[in-house]
Write a protein that binds this ligand. Structure first.
Ligand SMILES: Nc1ncnc2c1ncn2[C@@H]1O[C@H](COP(=O)(O)OP(=O)(O)OP(=O)(O)O)[C@@H](O)[C@H]1O
Length: 704
């Protein structure tokens, strides 16, 4: 036990340092604001040099002010006392004093690495590591680890115990917790892995894979801002619910330059949230769909013209279906993309018409160019071309799959009869509810196969702005603001990311890997996931192949995380028992925190399921301060949400077992676990659902 006066003395010492940091920060903020003002004054000097100087000044000042504002809360969270006698404070950003002395070291800087990596076995020159918690500008708590007792001076105090456990037992609330203060060594190694190549992070539930991936994005932006902010970082999650959940972490890491997407929103103009049943998703996600789609994009347009008939100088010119099909096949040979070779197809039709006109000895037949000019002007001919070879949007071709006869033709010899029937059923009923997440990868594939229709050029935004009738260069500060907006709003089909982070990678299907791969041809990668949590029921080898292809031949750096920081030991024991059914020898992470509260498993008559669910959700809302998730089998979400309508609470969320991927709640009510288990790959999905809660878990099963 630390005696009270030592603790007070140590807190007071940290408070003095913190006061100095905030005073300096206030000064820096003032001078940034002053510099901005100065910058604008320079503009009145009016010569070009002054304008450039003004621009630069305003830019740096605005950028600095923005960062200072964003990182105010919890600015300093650590301290290292080194063997050399040097003291370093670690925080969200670097701050220097008036004499350029270091007041705070940025957590991402090499000098701060020891804060995360030092252990008693390998102290890395650190004698004492201190975690500092504060609220606003007040130090509230400190926790020390004495890493090198022999090197500790006699007067060195050591206070508190277990900063990590203290943090972990706090309720999480809505957003994901920012873990900069308590990153653990194995996590830190993954966060600081080289920016090039492919960093692969694996680990069981709650081991911090998502947290690591997001902190890694922040680390990369810090270590090579020009490269990663310029090209951009794409962060991909499995569902929109999940993307919304993690979105709250990146800004608090001080990074706005990352683009967040779910797999259902990666294709421009589409935002799919509906999921297919696992067996349908396995067909839609298989690489064999590429063959099916290749056949579709070469097929005639449904309800298009069967033949072309033109009266020319009293003579009927006619191209029959067979000839038109031949022209289409020839034009589309050697991988030509349908939307890009319209011109070639039209030329081929004109050439065929001319050849026919010559064969029929049409009187006064002009030379071919004049003939073509004449024909191409004719409205009936233009109508024909538009109907025969329209510009196709991927959505059009995907809709063709809803026609059973077509789908059978495209799938012949590629999909089994049962798979074709399954797919056909899915598309025929899909009409009203719209696209599913798995369809989005198919749209992207179709887009690649069809090519881009030539689009009219968009007018470019005027880089000059008009103020008071004077055409003036926008300031750098304005452009900085615009650049930040641009990072969030890169063109919808932007593909040149410098880095791609794929979270919950075990659920990316082979076709989705192709879609993701197209966005990362120039990128380095961070891929995090847990194979034991996959819902993929298709061919696992195909999945490996597709992933390897998307990631290319870049070097792989592998990391494995072994501690579960999310679940209480009691909750994880239930989840572990479930996954052991299918993976008896799987190495599972160790849950480090025990709450002494056992999960509750209820069995109730079916007629009472609704009432029991409402009661359990209300009870958990009373017991935990943060969020409560009600997790249901996929087809039952809306029904269960209906039961809970009267329990409206902003802390309550109803999600399907698939939407629960990657999510975290303080309390979880899991309805119908048996039904989830009975689905293909159900045990794995149930394992995911059982490992979402930090504090309380109630499962409710109707009696059979
Ligand atoms: N070093 C840490 N200090 C404090 N909290 C941590 C630490 N590492 C992880 N956590 C917390 O543990 C929880 C689980 O982390 P995260 O969601 O990143 O795990 P995950 O491996 O992605 O889990 P899953 O595979 O189950 O989705 C989060 O609340 C996260 O903030």
């Amino acid at each position: 036990m630390t005696d009270h006066t030592t603790l007070e003395r140590e807190i007071a010492a940290e408070q003095r340092h913190l006061d100095r940091v905030y005073a300096r920060l206030a000064e820096l903020r003032r001078s940034a604001a002053q510099a901005e003002k100065e910058g604008y004054r320079l503009a009145r000097v009016g010569n070009f040099g002054a304008l450039v100087e003004r621009d630069a000044m305003v830019f740096h000042a605005a950028q600095r002010r923005y960062v200072l504002d964003a990182e105010h809360e919890g600015l300093v969270f650590g301290r290292l006392d080194l063997r050399t006698g040097q003291v370093l404070h670690v925080g969200r950003l670097g701050v220097r004093g008036e004499q350029a002395e270091t007041l705070v070291v940025d957590w991402r800087a090499p000098a701060a690495a020891a804060f995360y990596q030092a252990t008693p076995a390998e102290p890395l020159g650190v004698v004492r590591r201190r975690t500092i918690q504060s609220s606003g500008e007040k130090v509230t708590r400190i926790e020390d680890d004495l890493l090198d007792p022999e090197a500790a001076p006699a007067e060195m105090a050591v206070v508190g115990d277990g900063a990590l456990l203290a943090t972990l037992s706090r309720a999480t609330g809505r957003g994901m917790r920012d873990i900069v203060a308590t990153i653990q060594r194995e996590q830190d190694e993954a966060i600081r892995s080289p920016g090039s190549g492919v960093t692969i992070v694996s680990g069981g539930p709650g081991t911090g894979k998502t947290a690591v991936a997001l902190h890694r994005a922040a680390y990369l932006l810090y270590s090579d801002r020009a490269r990663y902010a310029g090209g951009g970082i794409l962060v991909l999650g499995p569902s929109s619910v999940f993307v919304e959940y993690i979105a709250s972490v990146l800004p608090s890491l001080g990074e706005e330059t990352a683009t967040l997407h779910s797999l259902g929103s990666l294709f421009p103009g589409v935002s799919a949230t509906r999921t297919d049943p696992p067996e349908v998703a396995a067909v839609k996600g298989s690489l064999r769909m590429r063959r099916v789609l290749e056949r579709a994009v070469r097929d005639a347009v449904p309800d298009g013209p069967d033949e072309l008939r033109l009266l020319y100088r009293g003579q009927l010119l006619r191209l029959e279906r067979r000839e038109l099909d031949g022209i289409r096949d020839r034009t589309l040979s050697r991988g030509a993309r349908r939307n890009e070779v319209r011109r070639a197809a039209f030329d081929a039709v004109l050439a065929a018409l001319y050849a026919q006109a010559r064969r029929l000895a049409v009187p006064r037949l002009p030379e071919q160019p004049a003939f073509e000019d004449e024909i191409i002007e004719r409205p009936d001919f233009r109508e024909f071309l538009k109907a025969w070879w329209p510009r196709l949007h991927p959505r059009h071709v995907l809709d063709w799959l809803a026609r059973p006869a077509r789908l059978r033709r495209y799938a012949a010899g590629v999909l089994s009869r049962a798979e074709t029937t399954l797919l056909s059923g899915a598309y025929r009923t899909a009409g009203s509810p719209g696209l599913t997440v798995a369809d989005v990868a198919l749209l992207d594939e179709l887009d690649a196969l069809l090519g881009q229709p030539v689009r009219p050029k968009r007018p470019r935004r005027d880089p000059f702005q008009l103020t008071g009738g004077v055409r003036e260069l926008s300031t750098f500060a304005d452009r900085q603001r615009a650049a930040r907006a641009a990072a969030r709003e890169r063109p919808e089909d932007y593909r040149d990311y410098a880095h791609v982070v794929v979270d919950e990678a075990q659920d990316v299907s082979p076709m989705q890997w192709r879609m993701v791969g197209r966005r990362g041809r120039l990128a380095s990668w961070t891929v995090v996931g847990d194979p034991a949590q996959t819902a993929w029921t298709g061919d696992p080898q195909e999945l490996d192949r597709a992933r390897d292809q998307a990631l290319g031949r870049r070097r792989r750096h592998r990391f494995n995380l072994t501690t579960n920081y999310r679940n209480s030991a009691e909750i994880f024991a239930v989840a572990a028992e479930e996954i052991r059914r299918v993976h008896p020898d799987l190495e599972l992470p160790v849950a480090v925190r025990s709450t002494g509260v056992e999960p509750v498993a209820l069995t109730v008559p079916a007629a009472e399921l609704a009432a029991a669910t409402v009661r359990a959700a209300q009870a958990l809302l009373g017991e935990v301060e943060g969020t409560v998730g009600v997790i249901t089998p996929v087809p039952r979400r809306d029904e269960v949400a209906g039961w809970l309508e009267g329990t409206a609470n902003s802390r309550l969320q109803v999600v399907t077992s698939l939407q629960a991927k990657g999510m975290e709640y303080d309390g979880v009510v899991l309805v119908h676990p048996g039904e989830i288990r009975a689905e293909p790959s159900g045990v794995r999905t149930l394992y995911v659902a059982l490992s979402r809660a930090t504090q309380r878990l109630t499962t409710i099963e109707p009696t059979p």
